[in-house]
Each structure stands twice: as C-alpha cells, then as structure tokens.
Design a binder for this molecule. Structure first.
Ligand SMILES: Nc1ncnc2c1ncn2[C@@H]1O[C@H](COP(=O)(O)OP(=O)(O)OP(=O)(O)O)[C@@H](O)[C@H]1O
Ligand SMILES: [Mg+2]
Length: 289
C-alpha cells in the first residue's frame, strides 16, 4: 500500500533535514502507527505521504503510485484527518459532513451512521462553533472516512479525548480495519498504539529507530522475571527473580516457605518503557498529555 525508500525532507529555509533516511513499507489492511515525542517528525511524514509536502528526496509510493504524481483518483482513495480540525463553524456536524461529501462522487457511507459511531448523533441543532474540542476531534476522524477511501491517515486521532471517547474512536477504527481499510496514525499515546496498531514505528528526531508489532516488542523486551511481594519483619517488601532456574533459587524458596507471601506477578513492560529504552527519549511530557 505504501513504500517509502531513503526519504529525506528539509523544510524551506531550514539548514538541516527534518526527516532523515526513512524506509518503511506498509501493507494493505494494516493499522500502522508512527509513535514519537512532539517534534519528532510524525506530521511531516504524513504530509509527505498525502502529497502536501512535495520537495522531498527519495521514493514515496502511496496507493501504488508515485505520490509526487498524485491524481484526483488518488485523493478519492485517500482519507485524511489533520491535527487541527477545520470545519464550517456555522454548520452543524451533519451539514459539515454533507458539505465535504459533496466533493466526492464515490459511494458514501451513511453520514448519520458515522456520527453515531462517535456519539455525535444528538448534535443536529448545534453549530460546530459551539462544539467542544473533543467533539471537533471526533467529527474530524469520521470525516476522513466519509467517502469510503481505501487508505486513511489520521494525525493524533485520540488527542484531547476523554477515556470513554478514546474507546469509541478505537472501536470505530477497528471496525474500519475489519472492512479492509489500511489505516495510518500518529500518536504519542502508547495505549492507543498497543490497542490499535499491527505494527509501530518509533520516530525520534526525524528517524525511524525501530519497526515491529507491539506484541513482538513486548516479548523481545520482556525482562523475563517475576515480582514477589511479601512481608518481612512486619514490613512489605518486593523482590525480583529471573524466571530462568527459578525453582533452584534459594532466596525464592525461602520466601515461598515462609507464610508471609502476599503476591507473585510477572513483570510486564509497557510499550512506553520499551520506547524509552530503545530511543533514550521520553515519549511525552506527562504534565501536558
Ligand atoms: N512548516 C514548517 N517549517 C519549518 N519547520 C517545521 C514546519 N513544520 C514543522 N517543522 C519542524 O519539523 C519538526 C517536526 O515537526 P512535526 O510537526 O512533523 O512533528 P510531530 O512529530 O508531528 O510533533 P507533534 O507530536 O507535536 O505533532 C519540528 O522540529 C518542527 O518545528
Ligand atoms: Mg504532529
């Protein structure tokens, strides 16, 4: 669906490239996530994939065609949700979707149905100017799908959403994948990435540091150890043990034989821990995210 080879991009006026030698291939029917901290270059990559930024170096094929020669057919097959939603403020959500659907002559999805998927069905009398940030974000996501495109590119689809709406959006995206869509998203939310993405790319300072499935990453980086919580002289204590040859570990046996064992559990590493280990960078500023 997408092949990117040796991609470099420098913004006009900048002395050094923002995107540095990116190589990635994305399969049909896959949900692929670009993960990285603010300023990593995620939105820049997306803008290249959709043909908005043109003066790049390297080869970029999207929907099996050279993106620099994108035709109107290309844009009928592509759905995009930009970081900042832009809508006609005086229109309602449905009126906005009807307006944007007017640009396409493809088979369209049922617009009311789309609004229902993101809990906007009761907004028929509300102008978008009176929408909350999260409502605009949800409308922005479904708009990307309204002309039934094959490839959908979503920039930060869950940013600014409360947990209930994050779940709704995730469910909607997974339903679309089940219908055969290829979906690319940017996020700094590792839970979203883990729930949705078949594969993720870790992006830092314009480079891809690693590409793999969340499952493989969690296996490869698992510490293969357990945590044992027990009481010692009246105080709770947690100790870690390697799974390898655990049965022969004297200290572990000693704790088991005592009667103050509270809990044993495996040590799971989150995608976020792995990101930090691989890239040496925190994914986001906890204060603002
Ligand atoms: N129009 C522009 N001109 C010059 N530099 C730009 C422009 N747009 C973005 N940049 C720079 O390119 C780098 C990557 O920006 P980009 O928007 O791609 O990051 P991002 O990973 O999407 O970040 P965020 O998570 O904050 O959205 C940043 O250093 C940014 O300042
Ligand atoms: Mg961005």
């Amino acid at each position: 669906m997408i092949q990117v080879e040796n991609l470099f991009y420098t913004y006009p006026g900048n002395s050094s490239p923002t995107i540095k030698d990116i190589n990635v291939s994305i399969n049909e029917g896959e949900i692929f996530g670009f993960l990285g901290p603010s300023g990593a270059g995620k939105s820049t990559i997306q803008k290249i994939l959709i043909g908005v930024l043109k003066d790049f170096q390297g080869n970029v094929k999207v929907l099996n065609q050279d993106v620099s020669k994108a035709s109107s057919k290309f844009y009928r097959q592509l759905g995009v949700a930009f970081e900042t939603p832009n809508f006609y403020q005086k229109f309602t959500a449905l009126e906005n979707l009807e307006f944007f659907a007017g640009f396409y002559n493809n088979t369209r999805l049922n617009l009311e149905d789309l609004l229902r998927k993101v809990a906007l069905e009761n907004t028929v009398n509300i102008r978008v100017s009176n929408f909350s940030k999260g409502m605009k974000m949800r409308l922005n996501i479904v708009r990307a799908f309204l002309h039934n495109p094959d490839l959908i590119i979503l920039d930060e689809p869950t940013s600014g959403l409360d947990p209930v709406n994050v779940k709704k959006v995730q469910k909607f995206i997974l339903e679309q994948k089940a219908r055969g869509k290829t979906i690319i998203l940017n996020t700094h939310n590792m839970n979203v990435a883990e729930t949705l993405c078949d594969r993720v790319a870790f992006v830092v300072e314009g480079e891809i540091k690693l590409i793999d499935s969340p499952k493989n990453l969690k296996e490869a980086f698992s510490r293969k150890e357990i945590a044992v919580l027990h009481k010692e002289e009246g105080k709770e204590n947690i100790e870690y043990f390697q799974l390898k040859l655990l049965g022969q570990n004297k200290r572990f046996q000693q704790i088991l034989k005592g009667d103050e064992l509270i809990k044993i559990h495996t040590v799971e590493r989150t995608l976020e821990d792995i990101f930090v280990e691989v890239t040496g960078r925190a994914l986001h500023d906890r204060e603002t995210d």
